[in-house]
Write a protein that binds this ligand. Structure first.
Ligand SMILES: Nc1ncnc2c1ncn2[C@@H]1O[C@H](COP(=O)(O)OP(=O)(O)OP(=O)(O)O)[C@@H](O)[C@H]1O
Length: 299
């Protein structure tokens, strides 16, 4: 018998307004079992608001939010969730180990506290009270609290902002391990390389609306533009007038061309310069796709 896969978290036609601002505009969003969904979008796009609705921290003005098929504020739903928001109010006097022990006690089958300290890089600050920690160390503790309960679904709102490279890599490694173990994760990030490194699926928000969703390659494919690099005797001035050519730059590696139809441009390059060398054609990266998709909003 084929079992129907249930979405762990779901927004249906959700709208949320703050006075004159429409933070979410008729948004549909679903988080499937075992996936890492990256929510991308410019500042103010509605990413944090979407998570807040799914967690029951805020109510939608229209539409619905469901968490494990329940209203998000239900304790049974919340018990299956771990959260790291951008701001956290933690007891300042509690030491890191005590914070982790406290949160672990709320969950039925938490991770071992020592293991949590180790995999989140918080072992060196285990004995220090929260109030004396640096900004980055506080984020590490918040991350530890999000994962210690071994929840089925974890929301991470910009988890690596303010972390040094080593701490960021530790977060990435732990996130990968959790997903490998069957955990689902919703991650908001401004670091596109973070989405590229971790996400199964990407949802791009802009002005409270979903403007694109799909796998990384599907999102990249939305951008038709591709890059051509080659060594040639042709000058940028000659090439820039050709059909399908969008931009041309030159440096010591040769000519760099972006084009909407690379096949046509490559054919013409080879015709015009039989001695052409080091020809490379690359698809647009996530960063280019993101810029293209949200261009209207960032201008
Ligand atoms: N409590 C609030 N009161 C008034 N306006 C709010 C409130 N929360 C969010 N907003 C507004 O709603 C919009 C969406 O905000 P939100 O924090 O969801 O965006 P975001 O995509 O998470 O942005 P960022 O990437 O900067 O964190 C913004 O214009 C924001 O100013």
């Amino acid at each position: 018998m084929v079992q129907q896969q249930q979405n762990l978290a779901e927004l249906s036609r959700a709208t949320k307004r703050f006075g004159a601002i429409t933070a979410l505009d008729n948004l549909d969003l679903a988080v499937g079992s075992g996936e890492l969904l990256a929510l991308l979008g410019p500042n103010g796009a509605g990413k944090t608001t979407a998570i807040s609705l799914l967690l029951g921290l805020q109510q939608a003005d229209a539409g619905t939010a469901r968490l494990f098929g329940m209203a998000p504020h239900c304790l049974d739903a919340r018990r299956q969730v771990g959260v790291m928001m951008q701001e956290a109010a933690l007891a300042p006097e509690l030491r890191t180990r005590e914070q982790i022990e406290l949160i672990a006690s709320y969950y039925p089958a938490p991770m071992d506290v020592e293991e949590t300290l180790r995999v989140t890089g918080t072992l060196p600050i285990a004995k220090r009270p929260y109030s004396v920690l640096s900004g980055g160390q506080k984020r590490q503790v918040q991350f530890a609290l999000a994962v210690v309960g071994r929840p089925r679904l974890i929301f991470l709102d910009e988890p690596t902002v303010g972390l040094d490279l080593q701490a960021r890599e530790m977060v990435w490694a732990t996130v990968r391990r959790l997903v490998d173990g069957g955990c689902s994760i919703v991650l908001t990030t401004h670091y596109l390389e973070e989405a590229e490194a971790l996400a199964d699926r990407v949802a791009v928000l802009s002005k409270g609306r979903l403007i694109a969703a799909g796998s990384l390659s599907e999102i990249r494919a939305l951008v038709v533009r591709k890059r051509i690099t080659c060594r040639t005797c042709l000058t940028p001035q000659e090439v820039s007038g050709w059909p399908d050519v969008q931009t041309v730059n030159q440096d010591q590696r040769g000519l760099h061309i972006t084009a909407s139809n690379t096949e046509n441009v490559v054919r013409r390059l080879l015709d015009a310069d039989p001695d052409l060398q080091d020809l490379e054609v690359q698809r647009a990266g996530l960063a280019e796709a993101f810029n293209e998709l949200t261009r209207e909003d960032v201008q």
